[in-house]
Design a protein around this ligand. Structure first.
Ligand code: SF4
Ligand code: SF4
Length: 135
């Protein structure tokens, strides 16, 4: 049985659609929702594990893309270079899971790895290239 963990980014108009139910009904995939939330821009984000026949899985991914859902394979780990980070704070508002926080006393940016779903959004956004994905 094939299984994969993915991140889905839904446009705001699709947030209420029962797309995930369709994955089970039409493509006979088992799904396990690991995290789901709507970010401040009203974009839906869902991290889920899909299991089933690989051909059906591929069809389901094609269906999602057709529906304008951005599908991203869950990357392994996001790491921050302590040398490169200048604590500018840009990543704090970008991260959909609040994995960055301002430390009130020092005003430094804390990276809370356990909250990170490795969606990769912050990696391209950091102007100092302090964030990277390790596979
Ligand atoms: S955007 Fe980059 S440099 Fe700025 S606080 Fe975040 S990791 Fe550090
Ligand atoms: S990859 Fe970056 S933006 Fe995405 S959850 Fe992790 S810390 Fe947040």
């Amino acid at each position: 049985m094939y299984s994969n963990k993915i991140v889905l980014h839904f446009p705001s108009n699709l947030v209420d659609k029962s797309i995930i139910y369709k994955l089970s009904k039409d493509y006979d995939l088992e799904f396990n929702i690991l995290k789901a939330f709507v970010n401040p821009k009203e974009e839906g984000l869902m991290v889920l594990e899909l299991k089933g026949d690989k051909k059906e899985y591929d069809k389901a991914i094609r269906y999602l893309k057709k529906e304008k859902v951005r599908v991203q394979t869950l990357s392994k780990d996001v790491v921050r270079s302590e040398e490169k980070c200048v604590h500018c704070g840009l990543c704090v508002s970008i991260c959909p899971t609040q994995a960055f926080e301002v430390e009130p006393r020092t005003r430094k940016i804390k990276f809370i790895q356990e909250r990170c779903i490795a969606c990769g959004i912050c990696v391209d956004s950091c102007p100092y290239k302090a964030l990277s994905i390790s596979f």
